[in-house]
Design a protein around this ligand. Sequence first.
Ligand code: G3I
Length: 328
Amino acid sequence: MSGLNAKLAGQGRYFGTAVRHDQLAELPALRQAIVSNCGAITPEIELKWAALEWERGRFNFQPVDDLLAFADKNGLAVHGHTLLWGQSIPPWAQAHLEQHPGDWSIVATYMTTVLSRYRGRIHQWDLVNEAIDTSEQDNLRRNPFYKAFGPQYIERAMEEARAHAPDATFILNDYSLEYDNPVDNARRRAMLSLLEQHKRNGTAFEGLGMQAHLDLGKGHVNKRILRPFLEAVADLGMEIYISELDVQEADLSAPRDVRDQRVSDEVQRFLDIVLEVPNVKGVTTWGLSDNLSWLNSEEYKRLDVKGARSAENRGLPFDGCWFPRRTE
Ligand code: G3I
């Protein structure tokens, strides 16, 4: 064991990265960086419903199995991302949910198939991804699952999941929980009350996933607001996973060493806060190198109306040339 994982492993934690099977197959430098630095991997796309069952009943497990084979060979754990996410539903299933609201059967088949296949191999799952929307009165996003089954879809998913993987850790994974601004503050409150509600109902999650897509445009993370939130989650008896860590830069025109220092300082600030909380069990970055980051994908750049993303964002542990940043 070495690299980024070594220090965390000494604390009973792990360091991991998201990775795609195609990149893993094509890039020896990526394979080497993962083996040297990670204790776990998260399939970036391959375990999402749309990736697994694009055609009804025809599951494409090969990409996941390729990632698992690599993980097995190198002694890595695998974090399952993600069972229910409103943005990764195959079109046929989306149409079915719209046309037959209340019919849980396709969700049941999908969850049963996936959880049974990987039972005993994948021990932690993002059960529901991105459920919070504070613009709604009950703070729950009106995704296709909510529209088809109402707010109970989360509880139902938990029951379904437990039946097939009774020993697994099930996680509620979400974003924008990190900063001190009205949006993030409201999202933390909403998340906490959702977790409390599930605890009261006997459908408690074992874990909270904090995506931690840090953003220098939002200022800096601070302990005063983050620490009490993490402690409140821990007081519910839950583990916490930093699940998609990266940093979006605010000023891509600054000199490179200045930019890298800003990124590094923000990550350090964040880790100093979260790693003080014993319930934080793992830190996963959303990719290992900038050239493979979703923040530098064409799709993401297109979403940036200001056109500020024409330069490459440098928010991951390695740059496009696999040059490592400060990692202590
Ligand atoms: O590989 C195809 C390419 O052949 C095609 O030309 C291109 C056209 O758009 O699409 C490519 O596939 C894209 C794939 O990423 C690889 O780049 C998909 O369209 C695109 O939807 C997919 O996006 C992924 C996204 O989740 C949706 O699954 C991102 O890589 C992945 O980083 C992102 O991850 C999410 C987490 O799951 C949840 N939290 C936020 C995070 C970032 O958005």
